[in-house]
Design a binder for this molecule. Structure first.
Ligand code: F6R
Length: 609
């Protein structure tokens, strides 16, 4: 998803708009642009590449107290200045920035070309700008024209528009793509993510789907597509201004890896009841009766979130004795999913905006399924479209590569599994043991982080390996997958994460003398068979880096290097095991000199299907 920032007030807009875009840079982009209005003229600056290029080309900035800006990934046409946002209508009267994709753009473009429009870019956004421009030229207000144009499009649009002949207002709208409005004294800000607003205000309203907001420095009016007025609740922006600062760390990824003890502590806060050995989940209380009748749980998510879902599915079956699966959301939506009243669907997404996850969610909802959400982003589409759910409160995750969201989400699924286990056949005593383990978890993650320098040495040794394997069993198959994903994503190294059993059915052929293998061997029911797998790997000459309990002398003997686990409850082992794998991937990417926080070809949230 690209970044949107807008401002209307009595200060110069340029610095505020560029500052907001900078806080959204982490989402990835390949061009940036800003438009301001000054003396009833639109002042436009756009540039291919980073924001820095835009600023270098405009050292004085642009004048005006009203402005909108955008950082974009090209979706229609190449990365050229003509395709950069903001886009103007053909009369250069209005300007818009737009997140999303217009599906019926070709039909609309053909219609406008037939009416004489000559487009300057290949983008769908310019088509939307032209529709809005034609509306205001025909005498509609900017808001009415935005509403009329949005009714004609199919697809998604988070937009902000400005009319140079009416420079007293901005109009923002949300069709699928998130838009939040920051409230101040004599000023309003608008952005695609609350993180951009935080230096200016801690009060916001979040537009719901199909809402349009008209903003002046002192007022906000929100309507739906039928122009009915909508009452909006003012929400508090929970981020701290420094949340998006890198602090003493070289990269956000490293910062976020080290934030995990604090993030997990926040996920747990107020949610454990040691006296009855259970989890307290506010959102779930509202559905208590229906949850009692649940007989199956289907988690669904994409990427790293899917691995946290796999951890959840394992825990749910193992401890709650509840049939549970984790599905790739992208596949679920095209599979004609079986939806019934005795199934709880659990959507997991850090951003809450992943298109494939939202499409699956809407499909399940349209069939009457009960859906819970686990997400990190307050006010995200996922949080608004599920029946109930849980925020993991990991804090903003800036690095494209997800780390603290994985552990926080896996922990969220643990709380859910504990809740169901206690509704079914887990005893109070066993529940208490699990709760105690969860209470100790943040501190144990801190201990795992102490192995950073050993992980760094291993990373420097194997940073040019042709192939790296990650193996685990039980819930740690998901962790093996997550470890491999990290390495592929930021270090661009071929890697595979799989079960120790699956390894023998083909992938073992990839192992040659010296091949690096990470093996997850916690002291649970999977240990014996994992030791068998270690011996098989060793016999083929693999270099084994094992994560195992500190006193496990058998593993220590087989492995070439061992990262020790503290004594722990088996349910939390995925969260401990993943820490060295995150550190390893980070240090491999560092050794190779890559752009760790913004890996090539990837954006922070994937808002197209
Ligand atoms: C990997 C990564 C992605 C995301 C995936 C889903 O490090 O970040 O695989 O996990 O795109 O994103 P969310 O969780 O926002 O739905």
């Amino acid at each position: 998803m690209c970044g949107i920032m807008g401002y209307i007030g009595n200060q110069e807009a340029w610095g505020i708009v560029v500052g907001g875009l900078r806080r959204l840079e982490y989402r990835g982009y390949d061009s940036a642009g800003v438009v301001t209005v000054s003396g009833k003229a639109l002042r436009l600056a756009r540039s291919v590449g980073h924001l820095r290029a835009l600023e270098d080309a405009n050292p004085e900035g642009l004048p005006g107290n009203i402005g909108i800006g955008h950082t974009s990934w090209a979706t229609h046409g190449g990365v050229t200045e003509a395709n950069c946002h903001p886009h103007l209508d053909s009369k250069s009267r209005i300007a818009i920035v737009h997140n999303g994709i217009i599906d019926n753009v070709e039909a609309l473009r053909a219609e406008l070309v037939a009416k004489g429009t000559q487009f300057r870019s290949e983008t769908d956004t310019e088509v939307l700008a032209e529709l809005i421009g034609r509306g205001v030229e025909a005498g509609l207000s900017l808001r009415d024209s935005v509403v009329a144009a949005l009714k004609r499009i199919e697809g998604t649009a988070g937009i902000v528009a400005v009319d140079r002949l009416d420079p007293e207002r901005l109009v923002a709208a949300r069709i699928g793509s998130p838009v939040v409005v920051g409230l101040g004294e004599g000023a309003c800000w608008v952005a695609s993510d609350a993180l951009a607003l935080r230096p200016y205000t801690d009060r916001m309203i979040v537009l719901d789907d199909s809402e349009i907001a008209e903003l002046t420095p002192n007022s906000i009016k929100t309507v739906d597509l039928e122009q009915r007025s909508r009452e909006k609740r003012v929400e508090k922006i929970l981020h701290q201004p420094e949340d998006a600062d890198i602090g003493q760390f070289a990269h956000f990824m490293l910062k976020e890896i080290h934030e995990q003890p604090v993030a997990l502590d926040r996920t747990l806060r107020g949610r454990l009841d040691a006296s009855i050995g259970n989890a307290r989940l506010g959102g779930f209380q509202t559905q208590e009766q229906r949850l009692f009748d649940i007989r199956r749980v289907v988690f669904f998510a994409c990427g790293t979130s899917l691995y946290s879902a796999q951890v959840g599915a394992y825990l749910m079956s193992r401890y709650a004795r509840m049939p549970a699966t984790a599905e790739d959301a992208a596949e679920l939506s095209v599979q004609n999913p079986i939806v019934d009243r005795q199934t709880l669907y659990v959507a997991i997404s850090q951003s809450g905006e992943t298109a494939d996850t939202l499409v699956a969610l809407r499909e399940i909802r349209s069939r009457g399924g009960l859906i819970a959400g686990i997400t990190n982003v307050v006010g995200s589409s996922l949080s608004r479209e599920t029946d109930f759910g849980m925020y993991v409160h990991a804090g903003p995750e800036i690095s494209v590569c997800s780390t603290k969201a994985f552990t926080a989400q896996a922990l969220g699924t643990e709380l859910l599994a504990l809740r169901f286990a206690r509704m079914r056949d887990l005893s109070a005593n066993d529940g208490r043991l699990w709760v105690e383990a969860l209470e100790r978890l943040p501190q144990q993650v801190r201990l795992m982080l102490e192995h950073a320098s050993a992980c760094r040495e291993l990373a420097e040794r194997f940073c040019n390996a042709r192939f790296t394997m990650f193996v685990g069993r039980g819930p740690n198959v998901a962790v093996a997958g997550e470890g491999a994903l990290k390495l592929k994503e930021i270090a661009y190294l071929p890697a595979e994460g799989l079960s120790g059993a699956g390894m023998k059915h083909g992938p073992l052929a990839l192992i040659e003398p010296g091949s690096p293998v990470w093996a997850l061997v916690p002291p649970d029911e999977t240990r014996e068979r994992m030791i068998g797998n270690l011996r098989e790997l060793k016999a083929r000459g693999a270099f084994i880096m094992a994560v195992a309990q500190s006193d496990d002398s058998e593993v220590a003997q087989i492995a070439d290097h061992m990262v020790p686990l503290p004594p722990h409850h088996p349910a939390v082992s995925p969260i401990l095991n993943v820490i060295p794998l995150q550190l390893y991937a980070y240090y491999v990417a560092l050794a190779k000199g890559y752009d760790i926080d913004k890996p090539r070809n990837l954006a922070k949230s994937v808002t197209v299907t």
